[in-house]
Design a binder for this molecule. Structure first.
Ligand SMILES: Nc1nc2c(ncn2[C@@H]2O[C@H](COP(=O)(O)OP(=O)(O)O)[C@@H](O)[C@H]2O)c(=O)[nH]1
Ligand SMILES: [Mg+2]
Length: 349
């Protein structure tokens, strides 16, 4: 008789001590399915994302994340600051984008927020085009995210409910990381609202020494961080019904193979999760901010999900679970109230 799926066969039942599951993730190649939502597979390459310690988002969560960034909110430019001490106080959780100059930070921000952040910055900032400033953008929030002016020389404060702030950092270029980063390191180490730093690495050029030093500083400081491979279209474009350049509107052809991408990801993974000490979040996301694959920018949906997860956004299923918990708690309280004797009322003399 054929055994039922999930039931051990007689041979398996006879094995006294089954070998302990390997802690090394199994890197399984799957055919990319860009028009299919990601599947929940532990330790597998999800089309072009690799989740080895975390779970890929469900279809519903991905849709919700997209809705959050595209329908429920518009990006607002909040402020440009060059010194950590000039940051406004804030009630709103933050994430930051860091990486080498030209790695694609601002383009990714555009893609995620479905906005032209450079234009927002030029329109709203008195000192536009500053590549050396840390630029703050607010997204979402019931009434939007905004800066409330401090009264009587008090501090300005970023306020708003159910939204997040994204900080677009200046890139580290030719100079040393120390030159680049005194103020930025102060920010990542001391900013209380910062929930996760997204470190962008160019998928084509791979990880460089300066990226390694930055990752080491983040590990040392115990700052939560996650790596994203940018410009994925330069190494890999899947075979899809339609491949189009977002700006030029030109048709494109498939590029590279999943095997190339796997090699690149393996290389990066070695660097971001060393044997000892803290490490980056156990997933590697890859994206393109410029190529549409069957009408969607490659990999952006999963990054939207990761950002919302980083700021503690409650997804639909989490809200349901909380509601069920509250309900169960309410029932228990009611049962206790019903079964316990009423207290004797004491007369006040
Ligand atoms: N092919 C490709 N080019 C990109 C992508 N993202 C950004 N770029 C290009 O890379 C350059 C630098 O991008 P930018 O977002 O300004 O980088 P930043 O300095 O890190 O903010 C620009 O010329 C972009 O057009 C991408 O996903 N694919
Ligand atoms: Mg930029």
């Amino acid at each position: 008789m054929a055994s039922l799926p999930g039931h051990p066969t007689s041979k398996q039942r006879r094995t006294p001590n089954p070998p302990a599951p390997s802690t090394r993730p199994v890197f399984v190649l799957e055919l990319p399915s860009t028009n299919l939502p990601p599947q929940l597979h532990f330790g597998k390459l999800e089309s072009f994302n690799w989740y080895w310690e975390t779970l890929a988002p469900s279809i519903a969560s991905t849709l919700e994340a997209n809705q959050f960034f595209t329908k429920d909110s518009t990006a607002q430019f909040l402020r440009s600051v060059s010194k950590f001490r000039h940051f406004p106080e804030s009630d709103v959780p933050e994430v930051a984008f860091v990486g080498r100059s030209n790695v694609g930070k601002s383009s990714l921000l555009n893609a995620i927020a479905n906005a032209d952040v450079k234009e927002l910055l030029a329109r709203t900032s008195k000192t536009p085009g500053f590549t050396k400033t840390m630029n703050l953008y607010g997204i979402g929030g019931a009434d939007g995210i905004r800066v409330r002016k401090g009264k009587n020389n008090g501090h300005d404060k970023i306020v708003g409910m159910r939204g997040l702030v994204i900080v677009d950092m200046p890139g580290y270029g030719e100079g040393s990381l120390a030159e680049w980063g005194a103020e930025i390191m102060k920010y990542v180490q001391a900013r209380k609202q910062l929930r996760r730093v997204f470190v962008l690495i160019d998928a084509q050029h791979g990880i460089k020494d300066k990226d390694r030093s930055l990752l080491a500083s983040l590990r040392l400081a115990g700052v939560s961080h996650q790596v994203i491979l940018s410009k994925l279209d330069r190494v890999y474009l899947p075979n899809a019904d339609s491949l189009t350049h977002y700006f030029k509107k030109t048709a494109l052809s498939p590029v590279g193979s999943l095997a190339d991408l796997t090699d690149r990801m393996n290389e990066v993974k070695e660097d971001i999760q060393p044997q000892h000490g803290g490490s980056a979040l156990g997933e590697l996301l890859a994206c393109s901010s410029e190529v549409l694959v069957d009408g969607r920018l490659l990999g952006i949906d999963s990054i939207r999900f990761a950002m919302l997860q980083a700021v503690g956004h409650q997804f639909g299923w989490e809200r349901e679970r909380m509601r069920a918990k509250e309900k169960a708690k309410g029932r228990k309280k009611w049962r206790i109230m019903k079964t316990s004797r009423p207290e004797k009322t004491r007369s006040i003399k």
